[in-house]
Write a protein that binds this ligand. Structure first.
Ligand SMILES: [Zn+2]
Length: 615
């Protein structure tokens, strides 16, 4: 073992996870993490569906870092703070003074609590408000059962502060317990041990014994049924979608077992899934022990289950080893996209994994031509922007391609050992890009000299765009699809002769995405007649077809597009459609559809679209 600057920093980190909070500069928190840190939260919340509020208190257990410090600064956004009390060293509870600063558009309102002496615990009584950016409240009509209301949280990136006054930085970690009360017939679940939610009685208790960053604290409540898939996995869902979800995600246990074999034991006990209503603005959210999942991946043929592989992969990259700031997001998402694809290869074979790489790479290359050059770097500079802006296929797919590049250069044996050791070295810690670079230098680049230069690593992490020698995944299966497409378009092959009956969803996506963008109306009608694409029940295929059709002025899709846009709220599947409608002269129609759909969208999707239509 040789000494290096990295080893010293790792030693500090192993003494205290909070050592990273000091090293990392997180511009998106007000918290005074260098003076005091929360180590444990106790939440006591009532879910008030009528007023669309969570109401109750949070109790922070504090560890003080500086002798002279007398204040605790918490992040909040749109919270009503009722009162604050604290426990003195002698064990008595007293009222604490607090001030709530004016609201900043990105960071929310700074809550400063001051004490006469350093408090052991502090309790903040508050309620969230209906406009909370991290919560969505759905009426019974907006759910599958139509009988009960539904609410759920989305705390990443900095939305935990809209429902909990908290030190909202990924550089710190807390354990938590909670008591949640709901109407009797509603079941609540959290990103925690959900044993206390099995009996549906409106009074639920949760325990999360492993320390997690606040963006992974999550809650959901609705008319939720429950079904086991294996000894370690189960699904919480409305009854209408429960059995279909259990069938769709039957490979979840195999995914856990294969990933544990490759990258070290699964650290979180159970791995359950919560099926959300179609308005969920994301594909999935990796809340520990309980991933939140969009129903748009329940396709009936297990074709979109790479989403489960993705959320599961976060159990190692992201939840176990966490980006220290949102500018380091690629450490979460690049590693997760890489591990996701390795899981898909293990469970479904190399051919499918490569098709998924190729589809994602094509998407990345299209995006690179559309966004500003600085935003095509892995290690982003947000400069005060909302961290939600950091989420694009750059941290995901460019990050993944960088890791595939290293894998190809060093070979799987050495690279897998490196990734496994990285997850182990930083488990239950947060890591900055600079710390990762030191670890990479020490454990791969300098360990096996002459294979990849330090300059090449710097180019991948800090330069815009893709390096000239970036991997370019190609699939033989897609090459065959391309040949068939060409035969149809230029050699007079009849559409009925395309071997489409055997095509997987991946081949369909490749086929549609690679058709010329200026197909004439006869071709569009021919395609639609032959394959019924306008009415596809696969949300991804429908999306790809609508994007082609809008660009081509193919009007027959509009009733189906309206249904698509009002039926789901997953941003990836709706935002580009609105954008394309606007740029193809359909703004008035799009706005009419949007205003009708808006009440069922999540606040995050509403924000994105409000901005778009205001321009
Ligand atoms: Zn992810």
């Amino acid at each position: 073992m040789k000494s290096s600057p990295f080893k010293i920093s790792l030693l500090c980190a192993s003494l205290s996870a909070q050592a990273y909070a000091i090293a990392a500069i997180d511009e998106h928190t007000y918290a005074n993490l260098d003076e005091v840190v929360s180590t444990h939260l106790y939440l006591d919340l009532n879910v008030d569906f009528a007023d669309k509020e969570l109401e109750g208190f949070v109790e922070h257990t504090l560890a003080w870092k500086k002798k002279q410090a007398r204040s605790l600064v918490l992040d909040t956004r749109d919270l009503t703070i009722h009162r604050v009390i604290y426990e003195t060293a002698e064990g008595t509870w007293k009222a604490a003074k607090f001030t709530l600063a004016d609201r900043d558009d990105v960071k929310g309102s700074k809550l400063t609590i001051t004490f006469q002496n350093q408090a052991k615990r502090v309790r903040v009584y508050y309620n969230s408000r209906p406009e909370a950016s991290g919560l969505q409240w759905l009426t019974p009509e907006q759910t599958a059962s139509k009988s009960h209301p539904f609410m759920y949280s989305q705390s990443q990136a900095i939305h935990a502060r809209s429902w909990i006054p908290v030190q909202d930085s990924p550089a710190m970690r807390v354990t938590y317990q909670a008591r949640v009360q709901t109407p009797k017939e509603v079941r609540a679940v959290m990103s925690a041990d959900n044993t206390g939610a099995i009996i549906r009685d409106g009074d639920y208790h949760f325990d999360m014994p492993q320390a997690i960053p606040p963006y992974l604290i999550a809650i959901g409540a609705g008319n939720l049924d429950y079904k086991e898939m294996s000894h370690q996995t189960a699904i919480f869902a409305e009854q209408q979608i429960l059995d279909a979800s259990v069938w769709e995600f039957a490979d979840t246990q195999a995914m856990i077992d294969k990933t544990s074999k490759m990258y070290g034991e699964y650290a979180w006990g159970r791995y359950d899934l919560l099926m959300l209503p179609p308005s969920f603005p994301f594909g999935g959210m990796e809340n520990p022990r309980l991933s939140f999942i969009t129903p748009t991946v329940v396709a009936g043929d297990r074709s979109l289950v790479n989403l489960i592989a993705h959320e599961l992969a976060h159990s190692w990259s992201g939840n176990l080893v966490t980006n220290a700031t949102w500018e380091d997001l690629w450490l979460n998402e690049g590693f997760t996209s890489y591990v996701e694809n390795r899981i898909m290869e293990e469970v479904f074979g190399r051919e499918r994994a490569v098709m998924e790489q190729a589809l994602d790479t094509a998407g990345l290359k299209a995006l690179l031509t559309q966004i500003s050059e600085p935003d095509t770097r892995l290690n982003l500079k947000l400069n005060g922007r909302d961290p939600d802006d950091a989420f694009s296929s750059v941290p995901y797919t460019k990050g993944q391609l960088f890791l595939i590049y290293l894998e190809e250069k060093y070979g799987r044996e050495k690279f897998d050992a490196f990734v496994k050791s990285y997850f182990k070295a930083f488990s239950f810690k947060s890591v900055t890009t600079a710390e990762f670079e030191r670890y990479l230098a020490d454990n791969l680049i300098n360990k096996y000299p002459g294979i990849v230069s330090p300059e090449k690593v710097t180019e991948w992490i800090h330069a815009p765009g893709l390096p000239a020698d970036a991997p370019n995944p190609t699939s033989d299966v897609f090459d065959k699809v391309d040949a068939e497409t060409k035969a149809w378009l230029t050699a007079g092959k009849a559409i009925a002769e395309l071997p489409s009956a055997q095509w997987t969803v991946h081949e369909w996506l490749h086929f549609i995405n690679n058709l010329p963008r200026d197909l004439n109306q006869e071709r569009m009608v021919e395609l639609d007649k032959a394959f019924n694409l306008t009415d596809s029940t696969n949300a991804e295929i429908a999306f790809a077809w609508y994007m082609l059709a809008i660009g081509n002025g193919y009007e027959a899709i509009y009733p189906a597009v309206e249904k698509h846009l009002t039926g789901i709220g997953r941003r990836k599947l709706i935002v580009p459609i609105y954008k394309s409608l606007i740029s193809h002269g359909k703004k008035a129609w799009a706005e009419k559809v949007y205003l009708n759909a808006r009440p069922s969208y999540h606040p995050l999707a509403q924000g994105t679209m409000d901005d778009m239509f205001a321009q």
